[in-house]
Design a protein around this ligand. Structure first.
Ligand SMILES: O=C(O)c1ccccc1NCC(=O)[C@H](O)[C@H](O)COP(=O)(O)O
Length: 292
C-alpha cells in the first residue's frame, strides 16, 4: 500500500511499489486475453522442467566456486540500458565472454582490433558455452525491457541450461504462463508476497516441477521464509529494492545470523546483486553461498 498523500492520487513509495502497481495492470490485461484455465492447459504441454537446483549444486561441486546464474537482461531501473541491439539469442555486437578458472565471473572484453566486423555471438548460448550453470531471463517489459518471448526463444534455441523466469510475481497466472514458455524456475520476492501467497505459489511450483527462488533482503524477510516448509532455494539480494543501495556485506551478515538453520534445512543460497569482481564472488562464497 502507498502512503496517502492526502489527495486522491496515490504515489508509489519506491521503485518496487511502482513495478508491482504496473504489474497488477499488466497481469489483469494478460489474464483478460488468456484466462487462467487456458494458461494452465498450455503449461501442461510444455516440455518437462529441468532441474535448476541440481544444475547449481553440480556446478558448485565440480568447480569449487559458486555456480553462475547468468542474466539475460537488456536494462534495469538502477543501471538503465545495459545493452543496445539486444537480442538474447540473435546476433549482437561481439563480446568475448570467458569464465575464469579461479572464479565464476564473466569477464567481458571487446575485440577492438576488429570493430567494424565484430564476431557475432549469441548471449544465451555464449553464457552456456562458457560455463554458466543456469540462466536468468528478465521477462518484465516496462522496467527491464524483457519479455516472455525472450524466455521462450531461449528455451527453443537449443540452450540446455535450466532457465529462471525473473519476474515480479503477484499472481499464480504468471507461474503457469512462465512454465508454458519453458521456465524451469521462477523468482518469488518476499518483499512483494505475503506468507500465504508464498506457500500457495511454492505448492504450485512443486506441482509443475519448477524451482522457486525466494528472494529476501533483510532478516525479517529471511525469518519469514525460513518458517515456510518446502523452501529449497533462497536468494539474498544485496540491493535494497526500496532505496537501490547495494551492500555485499548484507549476504555475510544474514548468513552469519541464520547460516546454521539454512544449513540444517539443506537450503541452497544464491548471492544476488552488486557482484562485479572475483573478489566479490569469493567474499559471498566465504559467507556460504553456493551460487551467484
Ligand atoms: O536492478 C534493479 O535496478 C532492480 C530494481 C528493482 C527491482 C529489481 C531490480 N533488479 C533485479 C535483478 O534481477 C538484478 O538485475 C540482479 O539482482 C543483478 O543485479 P546487478 O548484478 O547488481 O545488476
Amino acid at each position: 500500500p502507498s502512503e496517502g498523500s492526502g489527495d486522491d492520487k496515490a504515489v508509489p513509495r519506491n521503485i518496487l511499489e511502482q513495478i508491482v502497481w504496473d504489474k497488477e495492470v499488466e497481469v489483469s490485461q494478460r489474464k483478460a486475453k488468456k484466462p487462467l484455465k487456458s494458461v494452465v492447459e498450455s503449461s501442461e504441454h510444455a516440455p518437462p522442467a529441468r532441474d535448476f537446483i541440481g544444475a547449481l549444486t553440480a556446478a558448485h561441486r565440480r568447480n569449487g566456486v559458486p555456480a553462475l546464474i547468468a542474466e539475460v537482461k537488456k536494462a534495469s531501473p538502477s543501471r538503465g540500458v545495459l545493452r543496445e541491439n539486444f537480442n538474447p539469442v540473435g546476433f549482437f555486437y561481439s563480446e568475448c565472454i570467458t569464465l575464469s578458472s579461479s572464479c565464476a565471473v564473466l569477464i567481458i572484453t571487446y575485440d577492438t582490433t576488429d570493430v567494424g566486423n565484430w564476431r557475432q555471438v549469441e548471449i544465451a548460448q555464449a553464457y552456456e558455452k562458457n560455463g554458466a550453470a543456469c540462466l536468468s531471463i528478465l521477462t518484465d517489459e516496462k522496467h527491464f525491457q524483457g519479455s516472455f518471448e525472450n524466455l521462450e526463444t531461449v528455451r527453443n534455441s537449443g540452450v540446455q541450461c535450466p532457465l529462471l523466469c525473473k519476474e515480479f510475481v503477484i499472481d499464480i497466472w504468471q507461474i503457469y504462463y512462465a512454465r508454458s514458455k519453458g521456465a524451469d524456475a521462477i523468482l518469488l520476492i518476499a518483499a512483494v508476497l505475503p506468507d500465504l501467497d508464498m506457500k500457495y505459489m511454492l505448492r504450485i511450483c512443486k506441482n509443475l516441477g519448477m524451482t522457486a527462488l525466494i528472494e529476501v533482503h533483510d532478516e525479517k524477510e529471511l525469518d519469514r521464509v525460513l518458517r515456510i516448509d518446502g523452501v529449497e532455494l533462497i536468494g539474498i539480494n544485496n540491493r535494497s529494492l526500496e532505496t537501490f543501495v547495494v551492500d555485499t556485506s548484507n549476504t555475510r551478515m544474514l548468513m552469519e545470523k541464520r547460516g546454521d538453520i539454512i544449513k540444517e534445512k539443506g537450503i541452497l543460497v544464491v548471492g544476488e546483486s552488486g557482484l562485479f569482481t572475483p573478489d566479490d564472488v569469493a567474499y559471498v562464497h566465504s559467507a556460504g553461498v553456493s551460487a551467484v
